[in-house]
Design a protein around this ligand. Sequence first.
Ligand code: F0G
Length: 481
Amino acid sequence: MSIRLSNGSEIPIEMHKIRIVQKVRLVPARERLRAIEEAGYNTFLLRTRDIFLDMLTDSGTNAMSDNQQAAMLVADDAYAGSESFYKLADAVKEYLGYEYLLPCHQGRAAEHLLAKTFIKPGTFIPMNYHFTTTKAHFNLMGATVLELFGPEALNTQSSDPFKGNMDMGRLKSAIEEHGAAKIPFVRMEATTNLIGGQPFSLANLREVKALLAPLNIPLVLDASLISENAYFIRQREPGYENVSIAKIVREMMDVADICYLSGRKSCMVRGGLIATNRKDLHEAIRPWLPVYEGFYTYGGMSSKEIEAMAVGIREMTELEIASSSADAIKWFCGRLIDAGVPVVTPPGGLACHLDAMRFIPQVPQTEYPAGALAAAAFIVSGIRGMERGTISMDRDEAGNDVPSDIELLRLAVPRRVFTMSHFIYATDRLQWLMKHRDLIGGLEFYDEPPILRFFGGRLKPKNDWGTRLTEAFEKDFGTKC
Ligand code: F0G
């Protein structure tokens, strides 16, 4: 929620009180430099004891509610037929509108099951944009991912409210070119992660469905960040200003043939699911569940998380919760824009995204500007963000780097975790970094995994820019923080 102050400005306002907290440490810049060197300039490989504000992701790091914690205490631990599963199935039916449910251990497990069931080599999967794990699973099964976004999607300085929309002209052409038989399904991702958490509109989702229905191509909705997408529809799509988040979520679900999600995001737990009303599609996937995940009624999740997910599905349809991260992101982005730091606009869901190519234009894509900026931001602030650029793209078959469409440093804002002073601190240090950006140089790999290299890859700076940045920081702030 946001609230208007008497001077006319708006601030995000917390619609909760904080009663359990976790201590964090702010170690000196020298120690942060040592930590990032040990981590191969890859923020994934840092230890949390060296991190002040962990903005790597919202995945599994949102603050759970008292009701979710309470639900975990009454979990029914049974290998088969657990009552906890039936509570989740009831919540899926009531809030998402689906009859059939397959739980799984997280979002990429759902992607694996969908790929295993529906994808054959030589097929094509159109989508509004890829996500890393999605693309990996679909490619591994032999499909080509077609990203059919509109003209504004990659413009980091846009005011387009729905940069996550599918381009209908491109989708029609793709279907004509490849033929419906070669398209097992079309995927729409809510609050499109890799282009800056950008939503699609309900009008667009309906248009996609109207095109696919006569061709019998199922529409698959990646609903990992569905509550944020619903909140943006309420804010930005004409006619939805007064419609409840619960109703908007249901409208989106009613359009899709299959919904899958990572429960680690909007649902604020650790788990995932696939749901549908199509018995044929459900029965096609179902046999694989015990092979890869676990029995039908737990699918690799703990009963405790299943209980908490049932509550999380209900809570994510509350306006206060659907808006909690999005409004904080909007405010944080506003402060950064005022401070002259280039961020993706309009502000989206999940995170505040810094545009690395505008921040450090001197670092070419071949030297991974988003990765360099992530390391530099950590050195000067203790804030851990995530590289979302060329490092997050794997090499092509010939072994060449695939330059990312955009180079972003993602500073995730997990729900109900950070406070206003954290954002003020973050803005201050990023503004300082912007002033000293000439000190930042590029990176090169010295240890590179063959797939999803961004997780475990190790890099080194092209010269000693990390040390020079640390020295400049110490000159201004001393050696204690
Ligand atoms: N789909 C989307 C849109 C996601 O953002 C994620 C994960 C997944 C699928 C995979 O789900 O992690 O539960 O296996 N996103 C996390 C992130 C990792 O940090 O953005 P998962």
